[in-house]
Design a protein around this ligand. Structure first.
Ligand code: NAD
Ligand code: IPM
Ligand code: MN
Length: 360
C-alpha cells in the first residue's frame, strides 16, 4: 500500500529525530511492501522565519489531505528565543495548537511504559518499580485553558493577564469515550484526574465521566485530584492503567509519567480525532540545549511512528515490529545519553536510529 505522510520536522532537535523515524518507516516499507510518500512542510519557528506565521493555511491543508502527520517538535529556548517576544498567536507553539485544533485532534494518547532494560534509568527505588509499570495518559487536547480567552491588559495602571479554562459536556464526553475504549483493550481501569474540590470545569468533568462509565460496566472508574495524582505517580506508579484528564493537567502529568520510564526521550504520543488521519509526535519538546549535537534520543519519535502504523494505517504487525526492534536495541545494551547507565554502550541520535532500523 501507499501512504501519504506529512512530515513536520519543526525546530531544535525536531529535524534530527524525525529523520530517524523516517529511516525506520522506510525499513518497514521495504520489509512489508509498503511505500511511505513524504511531504515535508514547515511549522513553528521554522515557518515564522519563512512565512511570518507558525502555521500557514496551506500547511494545514496539506496535513488534512494526507493519511497522517509525523511531527518532531516546535519552539525555541523559551524566554531567550527570538520567537518569544511576539504576539501569542504568532509564537511557534501557537502553530502546534492550531494544527491540533484544525485537524480536530481532541484525544492525545501518551503511553508511559517502563522497559525492563531501563530500570536503571528510572529514578525510583527498586521496591517501587517492582516488575515495572505500564500506563497511558489520555489527555484532552483541543479544549480547556489552552483554547480559552487569553489577554493581557492594563487595568487602573496595573498589568493584568487572563487565561480562561472552560469545557462543555460534549468535549468531555468524547475524550472519556476514547479513554474507556482504550481501557477495554488494557487492564480495564480508568483513573479520571481533576481538581473537583475547586474548579467548576472539573465538577462537570467528573459528572460526565461517571455517565460515560455506565456504558462500560467492565471498566473500573475512580477519581483522583490532580495534586494527589502528581504525588501518586512517583509513590506508586503501578496503580495506574489509564489516566483520563484535561488538557493542561495531562500536559504536566505526562511529562512526570515520562520520567518514571527513564526519560522524556522515551515518551511517544498519538493525537487522534474523528478520522483516521492523526498526528504523531514525541511528548517532549525541541530541546534547544542539545539541538544539532547528535545527542537527542529518537526513540519517542520512532515509537510515535509505530503508533501511526497502528492507529492510522491499521498495520499492527508492522507496529509490533518497530516496538520489538526498540526493545531489542535496548536489550543489546545501546543507550542515548539521557537513558545511559553503567556498563551500557552510548550512541548518538543517528546511530540509535540505524540500530533500530537494522533490527526490523
Ligand atoms: P523539552 O522537552 O524540549 O526539554 C526538556 C529537557 O529534556 C531538556 O533538558 C532536553 O534536553 C531534554 N530532552 C527533551 N527531549 C529529549 C530527547 N529526545 N532526548 C534527550 N533529551 C531530551 O522541554 P523545554 O525545554 O521545556 O522546551 C523547549 C521548547 O520545546 C519550548 O519552545 C517548548 O515550547 C517546546 N515544546 C514543544 C513541544 C512540541 O512541539 N510538541 C513539546 C514540549 C515543548
Ligand atoms: C506538549 C507541549 C505543548 C503542549 C506546547 C509546546 C504547546 O508541551 O505537546 O506536551 O503544552 O501541549
Ligand atoms: Mn508538554
Amino acid at each position: 500500500m501507499n501512504y501519504n505522510v506529512t512530515v513536520i520536522p519543526g525546530d531544535g532537535i525536531g529535524p534530527e529525530i524525525v529523520r530517524e523515524a523516517q529511516k525506520v518507516l522506510d525499513k518497514i516499507g521495504e520489509k512489508f511492501g509498503h511505500s511511505f510518500n513524504y511531504t515535508e512542510v514547515l511549522m513553528g519557528g521554522a515557518s515564522i522565519d519563512v512565512h511570518g506565521v507558525p502555521l500557514t493555511d496551506e500547511t494545514l491543508a496539506v496535513a488534512k489531505a494526507s493519511d497522517s502527520v509525523l511531527l518532531g517538535a516546535v519552539g525555541g529556548d523559551v524566554g531567550n528565543s527570538k520567537w518569544y517576544d511576539i504576539a501569542p498567536e504568532l509564537r511557534p507553539e501557537a502553530g502546534l495548537l492550531a494544527i491540533r485544533k484544525g485537524m480536530g485532534l481532541f484525544a492525545n494518547i501518551r503511553p508511559a511504559y517502563l522497559y525492563e532494560e531501563l530500570k536503571d534509568a528510572c529514578p525510583l527505588k527498586d521496591e517501587i518499580i517492582g516488575d515495572g509499570f505500564d500506563m497511558v495518559v489520555m489527555r484532552e487536547l483541543t479544549g480547556g485553558i489552552y483554547f480559552g480567552e487569553r489577554k493581557t491588559e492594563e487595568v487602573d495602571g496595573v498589568m493584568k493577564a487572563t487565561d480562561i479554562l472552560s469545557y462543555d459536556e460534549n468535549e468531555i464526553r468524547r475524550i472519556a469515550v476514547k479513554a474507556f475504549e482504550i481501557a477495554m483493550k488494557r487492564d480495564k481501569r480508568v483513573i479520571s484526574v481533576d481538581k473537583a474540590n475547586v474548579l467548576d470545569s472539573s465538577r462537570l468533568w467528573r459528572k460526565v465521566v461517571a455517565e460515560v462509565a455506565k456504558d462500560y460496566p467492565e471498566v473500573q472508574l475512580s477519581n483522583m485530584l490532580v495534586d494527589n495524582c502528581a504525588m501518586q505517580l512517583v509513590r506508586d506508579p503501578k496503580q495506574f492503567d489509564v489516566i483520563l484528564t484535561e488538557n493542561m493537567f495531562g500536559d504536566i502529568l505526562s511529562d512526570e509519567a515520562s520520567m518514571v520510564t527513564g526519560s522524556i526521550g522515551m515518551l511517544s504520543s498519538a493525537s487522534l480525532g474523528a478520522t483516521k488521519c492523526g498526528l504523531y509526535e514525541p511528548s517532549h519538546g525541541s530541546a534547544p540545549d542539545i539541538a544539532g549535537k547528535d545527542l537527542a534520543n529518537p526513540i519517542a519519535t520512532i515509537l510515535s511512528a509505530a503508533m501511526m502504523l497502528r492507529y492510522s494505517f491499521d498495520l499492527d504487525q508492522e507496529a509490533d515490529a518497530v516496538e520489538a526492534a526498540v526493545k531489542k536495541v535496548l536489550e543489546d545494551g545501546y543507550r542515548t545519553g539521557d537513558i545511559m547507565s553503567q556498563g551500557m554502550k552510548q550512541v548518538g541520535t543517528i546511530e540509535m536510529g540505524s540500530l533500530i532500523a537494522e533490527r526490523i
